[in-house]
Design a protein around this ligand. Structure first.
Ligand code: 13P
Length: 250
């Protein structure tokens, strides 16, 4: 049985004070349970705070981005090795906001995936189509292309234990989640696409992200190829995030 995983993506939200309340509540409320794992992906400046708060807890943590370079004259960038120093286990790569707002193309996303691996981080690779692409019937070709670009550059072996997040762009922050069946269809497609490159990749953890809330999480997580969620807005509320985590327990 594949592991279940729920990760929060705080995006550019939080403050020292707000984070303290959120982290304390999560630490008190989330215990090691069955085969569900939890993580929060915080803004860079708060990783020290997150590490201090969550060390020894059942909750792992990660970053939302990293540089494809290891060190040097890259003003404003943060390397995977730096994230490791702050105890990060995960780094999100290829989030649609980075693709759309910061010009990250497939090649750059692949380079970041490889950099995360080089640093000993587990990448959470995000893929997903826009509304226009879905309406044109291009969902599978877009998601397939996004996956292939990284598998070709990194090699199938680099995907061992990696995490994939299917996040349809039209469902992110819109309150309009994909239906469980819509999400399941793309998850099954992604799993088959990866398995075609290497049978072992059929067992990868594939998360759904896009307006996951306490009220829809259970139905989404009940689908056979959905292994958990990557949670944006609802991860900023301890009760909501914990309710979503509870929905992932079998
Ligand atoms: P929302 O849950 O706010 O829709 O965001 C999803 C997301 O982008 C997680 O990475």
């Amino acid at each position: 049985m594949r592991a279940r995983f729920v990760a929060g993506n705080w995006k550019m939200n939080g403050s020292l004070r707000a984070n303290t309340g959120l982290l304390d509540a999560l630490k008190a409320g989330l215990n090691k349970s069955g085969n569900v794992e939890y993580a929060v992906c915080a803004p860079f400046p708060y990783l020290g705070q997150v590490s201090a708060a969550l060390s020894g807890s059942a909750i792992a943590w990660g970053a939302q981005n990293l540089s494809e370079h290891d060190e040097g004259a890259y003003t404003g960038e943060v390397s995977g090795a730096m994230l490791k120093e702050f105890g990060c286990r995960f780094a999100i790569v290829g989030h649609s906001e980075r693709r759309a707002l910061f010009g990250e193309d497939d090649a750059r996303v692949a380079a970041k995936f490889i950099a995360a691996r080089r640093a000993g981080l587990t990448p959470i690779l995000c893929v997903g189509e826009t509304l226009e692409q879905r309406e044109r019937g291009e969902t599978e070709s877009v998601v397939g292309r996004q996956l292939d670009a990284v598998v070709s550059a990194a090699g199938a072996a680099a995907f061992k234990d990696a995490v994939i997040a299917y996040e349809p762009v039209w469902a992110i922050g819109t309150g309009r989640n994909a239906t469980p069946q819509q999400a399941q269809d793309v998850h099954a497609f992604a799993r088959a696409r990866l398995a075609a490159r290497d049978k072992a990749l059929a067992g990868l953890t594939i998360l759904y992200g896009g307006s996951v809330k306490p009220g829809n999480a259970k139905d989404l997580f009940a689908m056979p190829d959905i292994d958990g969620g990557l949670i944006g807005g609802a991860s900023l509320s301890a009760p909501d995030f914990m309710a979503i985590c509870a929905a992932a327990r079998r």
